[in-house]
Design a protein around this ligand. Sequence first.
Ligand code: MD3
Ligand code: FE
Length: 202
Amino acid sequence: MAEPTLVVGGVDIYKGWLDGDAQATLVEDLRAVVSQAPLFSPQTPYGKPMSVRMTSAGKYGWYSDRRGYRYEARHPQGQPWPPIPPSVLAIWAALVGPQRMPDCCLINYYKPDARMGMHQDRDEADFGWPVLSVSLGDDALFRIGGVARGGATSSVWLGSGDVVVMGGAARLCYHGIDRIRPGTSALLQGEGRINLTCRVVD
Ligand code: MD3
Ligand code: FE
């Protein structure tokens, strides 16, 4: 398996894993997903809309409303989620392995003022599988802490084409996105950032 460029808080970061052509192909494939499964703003269990807009591909999509955080087999409009594009699965196969493909590819879209508060990813059944994340578009300030809320954190800027793999002890670390830096990438039409997170759910 490939060696990460750097390891921050136990998370493996592959800087520039995707070249410009690969990034452009991904964006095209994701636009096709979004045309079938439009972006929406999930409500938190506390009733506030999230600032990040989302949709998913795969067997399950991540969803949230007043009833809580969970995975759903259908988009809120009722249709099944589109399949995960082969361009995304290829990244998973290269960095996680080909034995088991992810059940969900969550697509997060950040406008310049969007952020994601510190949280754990714990809605999946088996934390033995890593989460893989792909950054596209503007740079984002990523923050990672420990497995308990509060305590020391480390920050790192993620740029377009960077891939992050969270496995082992890091799988349950608190993490979030403090802010994005608009205008740092020309990949997308206008400002913003896309993040993909691939997860095994069942
Ligand atoms: C560290 N997304 O969708 S990806 C999320 O950039 C999420 O949109 C952020 O956190 C984003 O849940 C961060 C990097 C990431 C994803 C999952 C992790 C880091 C992680 C799980 C455990 C530890
Ligand atoms: Fe997360």
